[in-house]
Design a protein around this ligand. Structure first.
Ligand code: URA
Length: 325
Protein backbone atom coordinates (compact mmCIF):
# COMPACT_ATOMS: atom_id res chain seq x y z
CA UNK A 1 0.00 0.00 0.00
CA UNK A 2 1.35 3.45 -0.84
CA UNK A 3 2.05 5.98 1.91
CA UNK A 4 -0.72 8.21 0.52
CA UNK A 5 -3.20 5.37 0.59
CA UNK A 6 -2.38 4.45 4.19
CA UNK A 7 -2.73 8.12 5.21
CA UNK A 8 -6.18 8.22 3.56
CA UNK A 9 -7.24 5.11 5.42
CA UNK A 10 -6.32 6.56 8.80
CA UNK A 11 -9.41 7.86 10.58
CA UNK A 12 -9.21 11.44 11.82
CA UNK A 13 -8.83 11.71 15.60
CA UNK A 14 -12.23 11.56 17.32
CA UNK A 15 -13.42 14.71 19.03
CA UNK A 16 -11.08 17.48 20.04
CA UNK A 17 -8.40 18.11 22.61
CA UNK A 18 -9.73 18.43 26.14
CA UNK A 19 -7.94 21.76 26.68
CA UNK A 20 -9.63 23.17 23.59
CA UNK A 21 -13.04 22.12 24.90
CA UNK A 22 -12.30 23.85 28.23
CA UNK A 23 -11.05 26.96 26.45
CA UNK A 24 -14.09 27.02 24.16
CA UNK A 25 -16.31 26.90 27.24
CA UNK A 26 -14.73 30.22 28.22
CA UNK A 27 -13.13 28.84 31.39
CA UNK A 28 -9.54 29.66 30.50
CA UNK A 29 -7.20 30.10 27.60
CA UNK A 30 -6.08 26.86 26.00
CA UNK A 31 -2.65 27.17 27.59
CA UNK A 32 -4.15 27.83 31.03
CA UNK A 33 -6.51 24.88 30.53
CA UNK A 34 -3.49 22.66 29.87
CA UNK A 35 -1.88 23.93 33.05
CA UNK A 36 -5.10 23.20 34.98
CA UNK A 37 -5.07 19.64 33.63
CA UNK A 38 -1.44 19.13 34.61
CA UNK A 39 -2.27 20.49 38.06
CA UNK A 40 -4.92 17.77 38.50
CA UNK A 41 -7.86 20.21 38.54
CA UNK A 42 -9.75 18.47 35.75
CA UNK A 43 -11.63 15.16 35.81
CA UNK A 44 -12.76 13.29 32.72
CA UNK A 45 -15.64 10.85 33.17
CA UNK A 46 -14.98 10.76 36.90
CA UNK A 47 -11.19 10.23 36.76
CA UNK A 48 -8.59 12.92 37.32
CA UNK A 49 -7.13 13.66 33.90
CA UNK A 50 -3.46 14.60 34.17
CA UNK A 51 -2.52 14.74 30.53
CA UNK A 52 -3.80 17.28 27.98
CA UNK A 53 -3.09 14.74 25.22
CA UNK A 54 -6.58 13.31 25.12
CA UNK A 55 -9.51 13.93 22.80
CA UNK A 56 -13.07 14.34 24.03
CA UNK A 57 -16.51 14.46 22.43
CA UNK A 58 -19.77 15.96 23.64
CA UNK A 59 -20.55 12.61 25.33
CA UNK A 60 -17.65 12.96 27.78
CA UNK A 61 -18.18 14.52 31.17
CA UNK A 62 -15.58 17.12 32.10
CA UNK A 63 -15.36 18.70 35.53
CA UNK A 64 -13.05 21.62 36.33
CA UNK A 65 -12.39 22.48 39.98
CA UNK A 66 -15.39 20.41 40.98
CA UNK A 67 -17.77 22.15 38.57
CA UNK A 68 -19.10 20.46 35.43
CA UNK A 69 -18.14 22.23 32.26
CA UNK A 70 -21.11 24.37 31.27
CA UNK A 71 -22.93 23.40 28.10
CA UNK A 72 -21.54 25.57 25.34
CA UNK A 73 -23.47 28.85 25.22
CA UNK A 74 -23.94 30.53 21.88
CA UNK A 75 -20.93 32.59 20.88
CA UNK A 76 -21.03 36.00 22.52
CA UNK A 77 -18.75 38.99 22.09
CA UNK A 78 -18.39 42.23 24.07
CA UNK A 79 -16.63 45.52 23.57
CA UNK A 80 -14.99 46.57 26.83
CA UNK A 81 -13.50 49.94 27.61
CA UNK A 82 -10.46 48.95 29.62
CA UNK A 83 -9.30 51.50 32.13
CA UNK A 84 -5.57 51.94 32.78
CA UNK A 85 -4.24 50.06 35.79
CA UNK A 86 -5.70 46.62 35.08
CA UNK A 87 -3.74 43.63 33.82
CA UNK A 88 -5.24 41.52 31.03
CA UNK A 89 -4.68 38.17 32.62
CA UNK A 90 -6.88 35.74 34.52
CA UNK A 91 -4.48 35.43 37.47
CA UNK A 92 -1.69 37.83 38.11
CA UNK A 93 1.26 36.41 40.06
CA UNK A 94 1.92 39.95 41.35
CA UNK A 95 -1.71 40.21 42.52
CA UNK A 96 -2.41 43.38 40.59
CA UNK A 97 -6.07 44.09 39.76
CA UNK A 98 -7.21 42.32 36.60
CA UNK A 99 -9.65 43.18 33.84
CA UNK A 100 -11.66 40.08 34.69
CA UNK A 101 -12.16 41.05 38.34
CA UNK A 102 -13.28 44.50 37.27
CA UNK A 103 -15.91 43.35 34.77
CA UNK A 104 -19.58 44.04 35.45
CA UNK A 105 -20.91 41.32 37.73
CA UNK A 106 -23.59 40.19 35.26
CA UNK A 107 -20.99 39.11 32.69
CA UNK A 108 -20.43 35.38 32.15
CA UNK A 109 -16.88 34.00 32.16
CA UNK A 110 -15.05 35.47 29.24
CA UNK A 111 -11.60 35.62 27.78
CA UNK A 112 -9.98 38.51 26.00
CA UNK A 113 -9.07 38.77 22.36
CA UNK A 114 -5.37 39.46 22.83
CA UNK A 115 -4.10 41.69 25.59
CA UNK A 116 -3.50 45.30 26.42
CA UNK A 117 -0.67 46.38 28.69
CA UNK A 118 -1.52 47.41 32.24
CA UNK A 119 -1.40 51.13 31.45
CA UNK A 120 -3.11 50.89 28.10
CA UNK A 121 -6.72 52.02 27.93
CA UNK A 122 -9.47 51.54 25.42
CA UNK A 123 -11.06 48.85 23.35
CA UNK A 124 -10.63 45.25 24.40
CA UNK A 125 -12.81 42.54 22.87
CA UNK A 126 -14.09 39.87 25.23
CA UNK A 127 -15.78 36.62 24.28
CA UNK A 128 -17.06 33.40 25.81
CA UNK A 129 -15.73 31.47 22.81
CA UNK A 130 -12.07 30.47 22.93
CA UNK A 131 -12.08 29.56 19.24
CA UNK A 132 -13.35 32.99 18.26
CA UNK A 133 -10.81 34.69 20.53
CA UNK A 134 -7.97 32.80 18.89
CA UNK A 135 -9.26 33.56 15.40
CA UNK A 136 -9.76 37.28 16.04
CA UNK A 137 -6.32 37.85 17.50
CA UNK A 138 -4.45 36.41 14.54
CA UNK A 139 -2.63 39.05 12.51
CA UNK A 140 -3.71 37.08 9.43
CA UNK A 141 -7.24 38.49 9.87
CA UNK A 142 -5.74 41.68 8.51
CA UNK A 143 -7.85 43.53 11.07
CA UNK A 144 -6.37 46.88 11.88
CA UNK A 145 -5.74 48.01 15.41
CA UNK A 146 -5.78 51.77 15.89
CA UNK A 147 -4.23 53.57 18.82
CA UNK A 148 -4.14 57.15 19.98
CA UNK A 149 -0.86 57.83 21.67
CA UNK A 150 0.62 60.57 23.80
CA UNK A 151 4.36 60.39 23.95
CA UNK A 152 7.07 62.55 25.43
CA UNK A 153 9.30 64.03 22.78
CA UNK A 154 8.95 65.45 19.32
CA UNK A 155 9.06 63.96 15.84
CA UNK A 156 8.42 65.01 12.26
CA UNK A 157 5.73 63.44 10.09
CA UNK A 158 8.43 62.62 7.54
CA UNK A 159 10.06 60.18 9.99
CA UNK A 160 6.71 58.66 10.86
CA UNK A 161 6.02 58.11 7.15
CA UNK A 162 8.98 55.71 7.04
CA UNK A 163 7.05 53.34 9.31
CA UNK A 164 4.85 52.49 6.32
CA UNK A 165 7.79 50.30 5.21
CA UNK A 166 7.91 48.53 8.57
CA UNK A 167 10.83 48.74 10.98
CA UNK A 168 13.38 46.38 12.48
CA UNK A 169 14.15 46.84 16.17
CA UNK A 170 16.89 44.76 17.78
CA UNK A 171 16.54 42.18 15.06
CA UNK A 172 12.74 41.97 15.26
CA UNK A 173 10.78 42.97 12.19
CA UNK A 174 7.58 44.99 12.65
CA UNK A 175 5.18 45.25 9.72
CA UNK A 176 3.87 48.42 8.08
CA UNK A 177 2.46 51.08 10.39
CA UNK A 178 0.43 54.09 9.44
CA UNK A 179 1.51 56.82 11.85
CA UNK A 180 0.09 60.30 11.93
CA UNK A 181 1.23 63.24 13.94
CA UNK A 182 -1.75 64.94 15.51
CA UNK A 183 -0.47 67.78 17.60
CA UNK A 184 2.17 68.88 20.04
CA UNK A 185 1.11 69.63 23.61
CA UNK A 186 3.88 70.97 25.81
CA UNK A 187 6.66 68.39 25.78
CA UNK A 188 4.31 65.73 24.45
CA UNK A 189 3.19 64.70 21.00
CA UNK A 190 -0.19 63.13 20.18
CA UNK A 191 -0.19 60.57 17.38
CA UNK A 192 -2.44 57.94 15.82
CA UNK A 193 -0.93 54.60 14.89
CA UNK A 194 -2.72 51.97 12.81
CA UNK A 195 -1.39 48.52 12.02
CA UNK A 196 -2.46 44.93 11.58
CA UNK A 197 -0.20 43.15 14.04
CA UNK A 198 -0.62 42.57 17.72
CA UNK A 199 2.93 42.28 18.95
CA UNK A 200 3.93 42.63 22.52
CA UNK A 201 4.35 46.33 23.42
CA UNK A 202 4.43 47.20 19.73
CA UNK A 203 3.52 50.88 20.03
CA UNK A 204 5.94 51.55 22.87
CA UNK A 205 8.79 49.73 21.21
CA UNK A 206 8.32 51.29 17.81
CA UNK A 207 7.95 54.83 19.13
CA UNK A 208 10.75 54.21 21.62
CA UNK A 209 13.01 53.37 18.69
CA UNK A 210 12.16 56.80 17.26
CA UNK A 211 13.06 58.54 20.52
CA UNK A 212 9.51 58.97 21.87
CA UNK A 213 8.42 57.77 25.30
CA UNK A 214 4.78 56.71 25.40
CA UNK A 215 2.95 58.01 28.46
CA UNK A 216 -0.64 57.42 27.41
CA UNK A 217 -1.99 54.76 25.04
CA UNK A 218 -5.61 54.30 24.03
CA UNK A 219 -6.84 51.64 21.61
CA UNK A 220 -9.75 53.11 19.68
CA UNK A 221 -10.41 50.48 17.01
CA UNK A 222 -10.02 46.77 16.53
CA UNK A 223 -10.97 45.61 13.05
CA UNK A 224 -14.56 46.66 12.44
CA UNK A 225 -15.19 47.52 16.09
CA UNK A 226 -14.69 50.92 17.61
CA UNK A 227 -14.55 52.33 21.13
CA UNK A 228 -16.79 55.27 20.25
CA UNK A 229 -18.44 56.67 23.35
CA UNK A 230 -18.40 53.47 25.38
CA UNK A 231 -18.01 54.54 28.97
CA UNK A 232 -14.78 53.60 30.69
CA UNK A 233 -15.04 50.36 32.66
CA UNK A 234 -18.21 49.24 30.89
CA UNK A 235 -18.86 46.42 28.46
CA UNK A 236 -21.35 46.36 25.63
CA UNK A 237 -22.46 43.17 23.94
CA UNK A 238 -22.14 42.91 20.17
CA UNK A 239 -25.34 41.82 18.44
CA UNK A 240 -25.54 38.37 16.91
CA UNK A 241 -25.92 39.99 13.51
CA UNK A 242 -22.69 41.95 13.93
CA UNK A 243 -20.81 38.85 15.10
CA UNK A 244 -22.11 37.03 12.03
CA UNK A 245 -21.04 39.85 9.75
CA UNK A 246 -17.58 40.06 11.29
CA UNK A 247 -16.95 36.33 11.14
CA UNK A 248 -18.40 36.01 7.65
CA UNK A 249 -16.13 38.79 6.47
CA UNK A 250 -13.23 37.07 8.18
CA UNK A 251 -13.92 33.83 6.37
CA UNK A 252 -14.52 35.44 2.99
CA UNK A 253 -11.53 37.74 3.21
CA UNK A 254 -13.80 40.54 1.96
CA UNK A 255 -14.15 43.87 3.58
CA UNK A 256 -14.54 46.41 4.84
CA UNK A 257 -17.68 46.44 6.91
CA UNK A 258 -18.56 48.77 9.73
CA UNK A 259 -19.79 47.41 12.99
CA UNK A 260 -20.63 49.09 16.28
CA UNK A 261 -19.95 52.62 15.30
CA UNK A 262 -17.33 51.68 12.71
CA UNK A 263 -15.18 54.66 12.09
CA UNK A 264 -13.76 54.30 8.68
CA UNK A 265 -14.12 57.01 6.16
CA UNK A 266 -13.69 56.14 2.52
CA UNK A 267 -10.32 57.86 2.62
CA UNK A 268 -9.32 55.90 5.69
CA UNK A 269 -10.48 52.60 4.26
CA UNK A 270 -7.46 50.40 4.70
CA UNK A 271 -6.61 48.53 1.58
CA UNK A 272 -5.73 45.32 3.34
CA UNK A 273 -8.64 45.50 5.74
CA UNK A 274 -10.04 42.13 6.71
CA UNK A 275 -8.07 40.35 4.06
CA UNK A 276 -6.41 37.18 5.26
CA UNK A 277 -2.88 38.36 4.48
CA UNK A 278 -1.99 42.05 4.37
CA UNK A 279 0.60 42.90 1.76
CA UNK A 280 3.99 42.97 3.47
CA UNK A 281 5.07 46.47 2.56
CA UNK A 282 1.77 48.16 1.92
CA UNK A 283 0.83 51.12 4.05
CA UNK A 284 -1.82 49.56 6.30
CA UNK A 285 -4.16 52.50 6.06
CA UNK A 286 -3.73 52.78 2.30
CA UNK A 287 -3.41 56.46 1.60
CA UNK A 288 -3.20 58.46 4.81
CA UNK A 289 -6.71 59.09 6.12
CA UNK A 290 -8.13 62.52 5.60
CA UNK A 291 -8.32 64.74 8.66
CA UNK A 292 -10.49 64.09 11.65
CA UNK A 293 -11.06 60.39 11.61
CA UNK A 294 -13.47 59.11 12.77
CA UNK A 295 -15.50 61.20 10.40
CA UNK A 296 -18.36 59.00 9.31
CA UNK A 297 -19.34 56.62 12.04
CA UNK A 298 -22.13 54.20 11.35
CA UNK A 299 -23.62 52.61 14.35
CA UNK A 300 -23.47 53.68 17.96
CA UNK A 301 -24.41 57.31 17.65
CA UNK A 302 -24.88 57.36 13.89
CA UNK A 303 -23.66 60.93 13.66
CA UNK A 304 -20.32 62.30 12.62
CA UNK A 305 -17.87 62.32 15.52
CA UNK A 306 -17.68 66.10 15.69
CA UNK A 307 -21.46 66.40 15.94
CA UNK A 308 -21.97 63.77 18.58
CA UNK A 309 -19.54 65.37 21.03
CA UNK A 310 -17.47 62.30 21.07
CA UNK A 311 -15.43 61.82 24.17
CA UNK A 312 -12.02 63.41 23.93
CA UNK A 313 -10.14 60.15 24.39
CA UNK A 314 -11.46 58.87 21.11
CA UNK A 315 -11.09 62.13 19.32
CA UNK A 316 -8.00 63.54 17.79
CA UNK A 317 -5.94 65.83 19.89
CA UNK A 318 -8.00 65.19 22.99
CA UNK A 319 -7.10 64.10 26.43
CA UNK A 320 -8.86 63.06 29.59
CA UNK A 321 -10.08 59.60 28.67
CA UNK A 322 -12.95 58.31 30.65
CA UNK A 323 -14.58 61.62 31.34
CA UNK A 324 -18.21 61.66 30.53
CA UNK A 325 -19.05 64.39 28.14
N1 URA B 1 1.26 48.48 22.04
C1 URA B 1 1.77 48.64 23.29
O1 URA B 1 2.91 49.07 23.44
N2 URA B 1 0.98 48.31 24.33
C2 URA B 1 -0.29 47.84 24.20
O2 URA B 1 -0.98 47.58 25.20
C3 URA B 1 -0.79 47.69 22.90
C4 URA B 1 0.01 48.00 21.84
Amino acid sequence: MSKDQSRKDQKPARGERIAKRIADAGIASRRDAEAMILAGRVTLNGEVQRSPAVNVTHRDSIVVDGKPLPKPDRTRLWLYHKPAGLVTTARDPEKRPTVFEALPKDMPRVISVGRLDINTEGLLLLTNDGGLARALELPSTGWLRRYRVRAFGTIEQKRLDDLAQGITIEGERFGPIDAELERVQGGNTWLTLTFAEGRNREVKRVLGALGLKVNRLIRTDYGPFTLGDLERGTAEEVSRADIMTATTVLRSGKGPVRLRGGTRTDEAKPEGWAKPKPKPNARPGGKRPAKAQPAKPAGRAGKPAEKRNERPDNKRGGHGAGRRR
